[in-house]
Ligand binder design. Structure first.
Ligand SMILES: *[C@@H]1O[C@H](CO)[C@@H](O)[C@H](O)[C@H]1NC(C)=O
Ligand SMILES: *[C@@H]1O[C@H](CO)[C@@H](O)[C@H](O)[C@H]1NC(C)=O
Length: 642
């Protein structure tokens, strides 16, 4: 009996999670007694009690399972889930409760899904919404699917409301409402010439003032004016046209804008129209600037909202769009900026960025490189935008790797920097320069042979920008330096010869936190590989006052790099002694002992402390006074590694 009880006891303690386990622990306090005989008796009694309770729970769980099965057989999956769950609260170790519950969860979800759809078809919006909300609770992994469904319910409800209101206004004789219908009837007349239709469409566009008219356009089959009429249809084609047809085409594009502005249902109707769907990308590449302009404006309506972007992603193949839109940088008018705005919007969608991968190296990148190289000839305001878009694209790791490995891309960036510095003072050149520095910063998050090979050039050009009057440019140039120099010691040597140390120390005294964080990183990279850099820091930063100040920064990246830099400089003879009258030991000890949250920062501080005491034993006295020997000895292993 006792043996069996002991096993049960173990079982309860070790495998049964939840409330029972907690009881088990409390029970161990109850059996706490000095006499081993009493102890065993108490143990046995406890085990019996436990067995009784277990038996009772088993009965309850079985009953709940039966109830669950009954509900399941009647198709009442919600109740069934509830009963199985209650059963599991009684007994956690009844596998059939889990499987039954899983089964009806699945049935349940299917049922709710179909019910949601059915309610939506019947225009029972709130019931439909409840179904999807329930699914969100039951199956949170498919959140985006159900949120999409809920969004669809909202859209359809809104459209239905608008239709009701539009009908009312029409019946009450609102002038523009009536004319929408009349004009649509007139446009329905077959076999007129292109000018007739273009004129009618312009009048119609003027009549469309608000939601009501947009809605009436839809409910009166406005979208079918293309498919039912050969002349209009041809006008909408992207092929070569006569003047009247061009005019018709433009009037249609303007009409679509009037009809679709802020109207999601109309946007959907238009984009799912088979002709429109096929023609839109072709119109975007039309030879007629005005057609391109209106197509861009129409697409921009979509790109501005999440719903619109989803429609574009769902119904258009966007793999070439980055390239197609980027090509507008060559044109001198508003099309270029409009195309860039469109791109910047699309870039918000991860799905779009992923599609951009497909044509990057074969299409987009060669075009981009060419644009960078011809900066004098293109629309520079748009180019600055376009470069920023490419910089943003670096958030996609795959794209970043591809761009960073392109020698042509780095060369073109450098070339652009040259031109901007020569022709430089015009604002648009400065914008391009600023953008390209941002792109280079993001590209140099990678590290590869191409970057290593360009590092000397990049370093030299960035160094020359450090005297720019524009603080934003200085910050980014420093950012590029901090990343690119770390790939290549000879680039460091060159930069040190060019005076980078003095510049960085100057920024560290005077600049804001972002510039400071890049500057100290640059200094850390330089002192890591260049003895000359260390000596210069020592010479220019009297008694390391700048570095000591940085050790008190709130930004741990700055603190960590400052500690690193300091420990590199301690290799210079006399450096450690120059710190004898400072509180450096205390500062480093605190950081190493846990004031710094990041381990890397703690380690850097410990290494600096170790080097300090090794180079100048008088620091050890102070360390002893501060009871810091333990920290030092734990840091010795780091120091030995150096
Ligand atoms: C750099 O990339 C990040 C995303 O990784 C992006 O948010 C940022 O805008 C990019 N910077 C520039 C200047 O392009
Ligand atoms: C540097 O430290 C020495 C003592 O170590 C001190 O005499 C000197 O005034 C300090 N110099 C500066 C610029 O703080």
């Amino acid at each position: 009996m006792l043996v069996e009880a002991a096993i049960l006891w173990v079982f309860v303690l070790s495998t049964d999670p939840g409330p029972q386990r907690r009881q088990g622990k409390e029970d161990t306090h109850n059996v706490k007694t000095e006499n081993p005989g009493d102890f065993l008796a108490a143990l046995e009694e406890d085990a019996q009690e436990r067995a009784r309770r277990r038996k009772k729970n088993e009965g309850l769980a079985n009953a709940l399972k039966e109830k669950g099965n009954h509900a399941f057989s009647k198709g009442d999956y919600g109740t069934a889930v509830q009963r199985y769950t209650e059963g599991l609260e009684k007994r956690k170790d009844m596998p059939e409760l889990y499987t039954n519950r899983a089964q009806c969860n699945e049935k349940c979800m299917k049922a709710y899904f179909h019910m949601g759809k059915a309610h939506l078809a019947l225009k029972h919006y709130s019931e439909s919404r409840q179904c999807y909300q329930k699914l969100l609770e039951l199956d949170p992994q498919k959140e985006s699917l159900y949120k999409g469904c809920l969004n669809e319910v909202d859209l359809q409800e809104r459209a239905a409301k608008e239709e009701g209101k539009a009908l009312e206004e029409f019946q009450s004789g609102k002038l523009t409402a009536v004319s929408v219908k009349e004009l649509l009837q007139k446009l329905d007349r077959a076999n007129q010439n292109a000018l007739y239709y273009a004129g009618g469409i312009r009048l119609l566009t003027e009549a469309i003032r608000e939601r009501t008219e947009q809605t009436l356009f839809r409910t009166n089959n406005g979208f079918s004016i293309i498919n039912d009429n050969k002349v209009i249809r041809r006008g909408f084609c992207a092929e070569r046209k006569n003047t009247a047809e061009v005019d018709l085409s433009i009037s249609l594009l303007v009409l679509w804008q009037a009809v679709c502005t802020g109207n999601e249902e109309n946007q959907r109707m238009l984009l799912t129209h088979p002709d429109v769907n096929v023609q839109l990308p072709k119109l975007l590449s039309s030879e007629v600037p005005e057609i391109q302009k209106e197509t861009l404006a129409l697409l921009f309506l979509y790109s501005q909202t999440e719903n619109g972007r989803c429609l574009l992603l769902r119904h258009q193949d966007l793999t070439r769009w980055l390239q197609v839109l980027m090509a507008f940088i060559k044109v001198p008018d508003t099309r270029a900026i409009c195309a860039m705005n469109l791109l910047a919007d699309l870039m918000k969608e991860e799905k779009f960025r992923i599609q951009c991968r497909i044509k990057l190296s074969t299409g987009t990148l060669p075009l981009f490189v060419q644009l960078l190289k011809t900066v004098r000839l293109v629309n520079r305001a748009a180019l600055a935008h376009g470069i920023a878009v490419m910089g943003d694209l670096c958030s996609d790791g795959v794209l970043r790797v591809q761009m960073a490995e392109s020698q042509e891309c780095w060369q073109a960036c450098l070339q652009l920097m040259d031109v901007c510095c020569c022709d430089g003072s015009a604002a648009e050149y400065q914008e391009c320069l600023f953008a390209v520095l941002g792109l280079m910063m993001n590209l140099s998050l990678e590290s590869n042979m191409v970057i290593q090979g360009s590092a000397v050039d990049v370093g030299r050009k960035c160094l020359s920008l450090l005297s720019s009057k524009d603080g934003k440019i200085v910050t980014r140039a420093t950012g590029v330096l901090s990343r690119v120099l770390s790939t290549c010691p000879s680039a460091v040597d060159e930069a040190v010869k060019g005076g980078v140390v003095k510049k960085m120390l100057k920024f560290l005294k005077a600049c804001g936190q972002i510039t400071c964080s890049y500057a100290i990183k640059t200094l850390a990279v330089c002192t890591k590989s260049s003895n000359q850099a260390r000596e210069e820091v020592m010479k220019s930063d009297k008694n390391f006052s700048v570095l000591l100040q940085l050790l008190a920064s709130e930004n741990e990246l700055i603190v960590g790099n400052a500690a690193f830099c300091l420990s590199q400089c301690l290799n210079v003879p006399g450096a450690a002694a120059s710190l004898l009258n400072s509180n450096i030991v205390l500062v480093l000890l605190k950081l190493a002992g846990g004031d710094a949250r990041k381990t890397a920062v703690q380690e850097n501080a410990a290494v600096a402390l170790g080097k300090l005491c090794t180079a100048e034993p008088r620091h050890i006295l102070q360390l002893r006074e501060l009871n810091g020997m333990a920290v030092l000895s734990s840091s010795v292993k780091h120091v030995q590694g150096l």
